[in-house]
Design a protein around this ligand. Structure first.
Ligand code: AMP
Length: 359
């Protein structure tokens, strides 16, 4: 695709905070942005040129949206593949591409794909009924986490299993749907790698943040991670290899468990910009949102050099009603414009520049 010219229109499927920050970055590069979301008054719609409110299966609305855009991307990986096909049938590209979407939408397909490309994961077993759980649990060492194959996020659709007697209750807890049982990993820490792949197939990654979760939701990301350079480099190579294997275009995030001996086990990937990369706009030469828009627009990649040590703190639920008077002088606040705080809802984040990078 020849590079998009300023003034062209980028469509974004999904209207949450990721779309909002992408739209802001796109506007800075001179693009117009249209949001497509089933939600009324989505956070991204309020910073974009316009918004379509329609369901994912509304082929007429999707076609109209496609006609109004020069290229389409997404901020939400559970966009149905059928909706993407409607847009493509209307003659517009949807980036990152169907492969990245279809692989990431199903945990079984995702982990099988990672393993097939030499990226080790936690051991897992396919679960089609509660009665599959006891034998799978035993083969995984007696402790595991049941995860729905589709549509889980932020710890939703998951249940820990410590005993075969818990099989039925765990199965009911995740909604009695096709699942995987994953062995429990006694990790030393969690990291993620954000990688971008351009339309010419060039890849670049950012320094991997160390991620801490609370109640299954990301609470804090920190750079540098404190891990040995060799471990970070290996994680970055794996993420770049994954982006190549998917033929991905745009930003992708690959999450890892790091074992006490430094072994890396991939957990999952998101075929989009990611919460653990929210520190990049303030701490790096090019942030993840600008980089993603560059990829989608067919522009060259920006440099990802990290300029600051930094931490990113998520503002969840009531914490989103942050008092600006209490911000430190190095705190950069981003609020997502959500009308109402609910428990577990991501309302914003603070990126704290700790010190200029020294190494
Ligand atoms: P996920 O939605 O798969 O990213 O899981 C959310 C969080 O739950 C992860 O970031 C881990 O902190 C924890 N978790 C998920 N799977 C496992 C596992 N197999 N072993 C230990 N902790 C896990």
């Amino acid at each position: 695709m020849s590079p998009l010219r300023p003034g062209a229109t980028i469509g974004i499927l999904g209207g949450g905070q990721l779309g909002r920050m992408m739209a802001t970055a796109a506007a800075q590069l001179g693009f117009d942005v249209l949001i497509y979301s089933p939600e009324d008054d989505p956070p991204a719609g309020r910073v974009a040129t316009g918004a379509f409110q329609a369901d994912w299966d509304d082929a007429e609305a999707l076609s109209e949206f496609a006609r109004a855009c020069d290229v389409v991307t997404l901020e939400f990986e559970n966009v149905p593949v059928a909706s993407v096909e409607v847009i493509e049938a209307a003659g517009k590209r949807v980036l990152p591409g169907a492969k990245s979407l279809s692989v990431s939408q199903d945990r079984l397909t995702e982990k099988t794909f990672l393993n097939a490309h030499g990226i080790a994961t936690a051991p897992f077993r396919e679960i089609e009924a509660a009665s599959d759980i006891p034998a799978a649990l035993e083969s995984l060492g007696g402790k595991g986490v049941l995860k729905t194959r589709r549509e889980g996020y932020d710890g939703k659709g998951q249940a820990w299993v410590h005993d075969p007697a818990e099989a039925e209750s765990a199965w009911q807890k995740i909604g009695a749907v096709p699942a995987i049982l994953e062995g429990a990993i006694a990790f030393a820490c969690e990291i993620s790698v954000l990688v971008a792949r351009s339309q010419t197939g060039a890849t670049i990654s950012w320094a991997p943040p160390r991620n801490e979760h609370e109640n299954g939701i990301l609470a804090r990301s920190t750079v540098p991670s404190g891990l040995a350079r060799a471990i970070e480099d290996e994680a970055r190579r794996k993420a770049m290899h994954l982006a190549d294997a998917l033929g991905h275009i745009g930003v992708l995030a690959l999450e890892f468990f790091v074992l006490p001996d430094g072994t890396l086990l991939a957990n999952e990937f998101a075929p989009r910009v990611h919460n653990s990369g929210h520190w990049t706009p303030e701490a790096c030469q090019t942030g993840q949102f600008e980089q993603h828009i560059r990829c989608v627009a067919g522009w060259p990649l920006g440099d990802t050099h990290r300029l600051f040590d930094a931490e990113m703190l998520n503002l969840i639920g009531e914490a989103g009603y942050v008092d600006p008077a209490k911000l430190g002088k190095n705190d950069v606040l981003t609020l997502y414009g959500k009308r109402e705080a609910r428990p577990g809802r991501k309302m914003g984040h603070i990126t704290r520049r700790l010190a200029p990078r020294k190494d």
